[in-house]
Design a protein around this ligand. Sequence first.
Ligand SMILES: [Zn+2]
Length: 115
Amino acid sequence: MATPLIPSPRPTLTAAQAVALTLLRDGYTQRTITARTGVEPDDLYRLAMLHDITAPHGTVEGHHCHEARQEDPCTKCTHAFGRVHARQHARHRRTLAAVPRSLRPRGRQGRRAVR
Ligand SMILES: [Zn+2]
């Protein structure tokens, strides 16, 4: 039985992983890719690196591809990553505002009630 003399550095992909990498390259979000293929983000970016696949630049996924290759993200990807973080932060603030007043940390209102 002939075995290759030089082992391939690229492990064979499962069908789901191959689809996941295609979706990543086509600019789908990581959440969509995981939902559709079941490939976890850790595996996704590691495989992308091994197979030389990059998400489009200027996306969070692109940023993660830079990170997986241990290189500095390009300006477009850095901006995309920063935007998402700002959005998450804003969402967190909105969530806090939605908490009933009685559950919020006591502030001025508590003191005013003492009078
Ligand atoms: Zn980039």
